[in-house]
Structures are given as structure tokens and as C-alpha cells.
Write a protein that binds this ligand. Structure first.
Ligand SMILES: [Zn+2]
Length: 396
């Protein structure tokens, strides 16, 4: 199985290679050339002058195409992976919502079956458990009935149950949260601070004990607070001050342009991962939808490119796709295309610990590749050398 991609502008994503050629064998990149080269017996893909970039890696995603990972079926996992592959995502970390332990364990079961059956969708990089150890005051759209403090008896059972957990988000100020972070670090699981009212002292201790990422920066987390006369730095300022990684919902709605620019200015493209945090309505027409599982979900309305509570007082989830994240960073945050692509590829790959095989177009990496036009509309998605999506609309 050999593949040669010609006639594109390759984004490595550390530089452009104009009129570059990508050589693939058995799903792995075996060469990036600055001109067309002889490569016998290969399928040839003409990029038609479009960009050829690493596939997008989404570290935080709940659903799409009408499905949620908590729906309780293998089919949901596969449909979400296939839907987002159409928008350039080649790898993702399926994310749960705060729920009862039994529902989490069941979702882990479905994950393993789906992972084995996933032939045409974005690859799964393990599960992200978002909760249930959160601050009630910062729950956002997480169901308050299931929010609780870290309990070793419970999380040890979950950790023993499955090897598929690669990421876990928790509020670090809760009793037991530091021990929980240490345990995750010991297991090689990425610990992230989320849905939290922590002040700097809490976040610093957490950072020193395994928490290295801030989950959807600015959403459901503390900023500067005052207690009597004295001011305290919150989670947001702590994430800026410490050498933490941050992920941002760059759908252009959750964070306005000045905040996107501020985050880029302070953290830079090597510390920022673009995430969709998408719910089931991503890739679907606007209108009524359901946040969370079909069984326990919350009715929401999708309009203006975002999900809202029916009374429109609050956002209730993102409906973004990965191409839109990159577009937003270029168009709203004035970031270069190279940097925007980096935040959707190389940086999330490094944060997730898969940079040895994903996130850049260099020799030896998996052939996870997207071809997109000047407006970042996806023309083709290739996963491990196999085309899983092609835009059927002829180019004008
Ligand atoms: Zn989420």
C-alpha cells in the first residue's frame, strides 16, 4: 500500500513546503519531499494546490452527528468518529460527562468495543473522564446530582476496571484531589484542572502533583476573586503563570477575539490545544437537540453556531468541528495558519503523549493527513494512509 500526495502546500506544521510531495507506505509517512519524486506502484493523490497538513487531534469531545459518547452504544462512538473525520479530525479523546459510576464503567466497555471496530473514523486516543469530581459552584452544564469529591474507593475501582482512561479532569481544591492527581500521574494518565474554584495556592500544589493541563480555559473556572479586602489569583491566572498547557474551545463563540488573542500572547502555540468540546449537534442542522446522554440529557436549542439553554441565558455546549477551530484562530485571533494548525496538531499530540507517532508530517509518523483549501474547508481526510472522507462538491 503506497501513496503519493503531490501538488500541495505541505504544512509540517513548522514550515510550508510549496509544491511538496508526501510519500506513504503501509500507513506511515516515509518521506516529505520538496519536489515530485519517482515512487513506483503508488496511488497518486493530486492536492490541486490545496494545503496538506497533519490531521487534527481533538483532546476534548462529547459527540457529533446526532450522537453522544454516553448514549450507550458502539454505534454512537463510530458515528461521532466518522462525522468529525469529515471535518479533518483524525484522532480524538472521547469524553464523558459527570455521571454515576455504573454509567462511566459501561461507557468504558463501549469504548473498547468501538475502538476495535473503528475502521473509517477518527482514531481514539483513550477516554477522557470529565468529572465527577468537580466544584458544584462551577458545574456549568454538568449534572449536579452526580458531582462529588474524589473517593479512592471509587476511582481505584474505575482505574482497575479499564486501561483505556488516558485523561481525567477534576477540581484540584476538593478534599482528596491532590492524592487523586498523584495517583493519575503514577498511572501515566493526564490530569487536568476543570470546573473549579481553585485559587493560585491550590493550582500550584496541583501542578506540582500531576495536574499539567487546564480544561477549556476560561469556561467553568475561577478568575480573580476578592475575600474581604484581599485579592486572590484564580485558576485562569494560575494557568497563565505556571508552565501549564491549556485547551480552548475556539469555536469563535465561547471565547471572544480579545481573549483568544490574550491566550495566544501569554501561552503561545506550543502550550495551546484547540478543542471542539462538541456535543451531539456538531455536524447537524441547527434546532432542538439534547445535551448529554439520551437517557439523562438536557433539552437545548442550537442557534448562532452554539448550543444554548432553552431560555437562552447560557451556552450549553459547543457544536464546533475542528476545521472551524483553525478558521477561528486565523480569522478572529489573527494567528498565522502555521500556528493555528500547530495548535490543532503538534501541540495536542505532545500534550497527549502521542507525538512520537502523530501531530506532524515527518518521516516515520502515522499518515494522518488532511487536505484543505484556503478557507480551511476539508477536501480529503486520510487516516493511516486510508482516505476516509472526500469532499464530493466540485471545486469552482
Ligand atoms: Zn466537555
Amino acid at each position: 500500500m503506497r501513496l503519493k500526495i503531490i501538488n500541495g502546500t505541505v504544512i509540517t506544521p513548522y514550515r510550508y513546503i510549496r509544491n511538496g510531495t508526501v510519500l506513504v507506505e503501509d500507513g506511515v509517512i516515509i518521506g516529505i519531499e520538496t519536489r515530485d519524486v519517482d515512487f513506483p506502484n503508488a496511488e497518486i493523490i493530486d492536492a490541486e494546490g490545496h494545503y496538506v497538513a497533519p490531521g487534527f487531534i481533538d483532546l476534548h469531545i462529547h459527540g457529533g452527528g446526532g450522537h453522544d459518547f454516553m448514549d450507550g452504544s458502539v454505534e454512537s462512538f463510530l458515528k461521532i468518529a466518522e462525522t468529525h473525520a469529515q471535518y479533518g479530525t483524525t484522532a480524538m479523546v472521547p469524553t464523558t460527562l459527570t455521571a454515576e459510576k455504573e454509567d462511566l464503567l459501561e461507557t468504558l466497555d463501549f469504548y473498547e468495543k468501538a475502538n476495535a471496530a473503528n475502521a473509517n473514523g477518527a482514531q481514539f486516543l483513550g477516554m477522557h473522564l470529565e468529572g465527577p469530581y468537580f466544584a458544584l459552584s462551577q458545574r456549568g452544564a454538568q449534572d449536579p446530582r452526580y458531582i462529588r469529591n474524589p473517593d479512592p474507593a471509587e476511582y481505584e475501582e474505575v482505574l482497575a476496571y479499564s486501561n483505556s482512561i488516558t485523561r481525567w479532569s477534576a477540581a484540584p481544591e476538593l478534599p482528596g484531589a491532590i492524592d487523586f492527581g498523584k495517583r493519575l500521574k503514577q498511572k501515566g494518565i493526564l490530569a487536568a484542572v476543570a470546573h473549579t474554584d481553585a485559587i493560585y495556592e491550590d493550582v500550584l500544589e496541583a501542578y506540582e502533583n500531576g495536574y499539567t493541563l487546564a480544561t477549556h480555559l476560561y469556561s467553568a473556572m475561577s478568575g480573580v476573586t476578592r475575600r474581604n479586602a484581599f485579592r486572590y489569583a484564580g485558576t485562569i491566572e494560575s494557568a497563565f503563570l505556571l508552565d501549564m498547557d491549556v485547551e480552548i474551545i475556539a469555536d469563535g463563540v465561547h471565547l471572544p477575539a480579545p481573549l483568544l488573542k490574550l491566550i495566544v500572547k501569554i501561552k503561545g502555540p506550543d502550550r495551546i490545544a484547540l478543542i471542539t468540546d462538541a456535543m451531539r449537534a456538531a455536524g447537524m442542522p441547527e434546532g432542538e437537540s439534547m445535551l448529554g446522554s439520551l437517557k439523562n440529557g438536557l433539552k437545548v436549542i442550537v442557534e448562532d453556531g452554539v448550543a444554548k439553554l432553552p431560555d437562552r441565558t447560557s451556552f450549553a455546549g459547543s457544536v464546533s468541528t475542528a476545521d472551524r477551530l483553525v478558521r477561528t484562530m486565523v480569522n478572529m485571533a489573527d494567528v498565522s495558519l502555521l500556528d493555528a494548525v500547530r495548535m490543532a496538531t503538534a501541540t495536542p499530540a505532545r500534550i497527549m503523549g502521542v507525538h512520537d507517532r502523530k501531530g506532524t508530517l515527518v518521516e516515520g509518523k502515522d499518515a494522518d493527513i488532511v487536505i484543505f483549501d484556503a478557507d480551511i474547508r476539508i477536501q480529503r481526510t486520510i487516516i493511516k494512509g486510508k482516505t476516509v472522507y472526500r469532499n464530493a462538491i466540485p471545486q469552482i
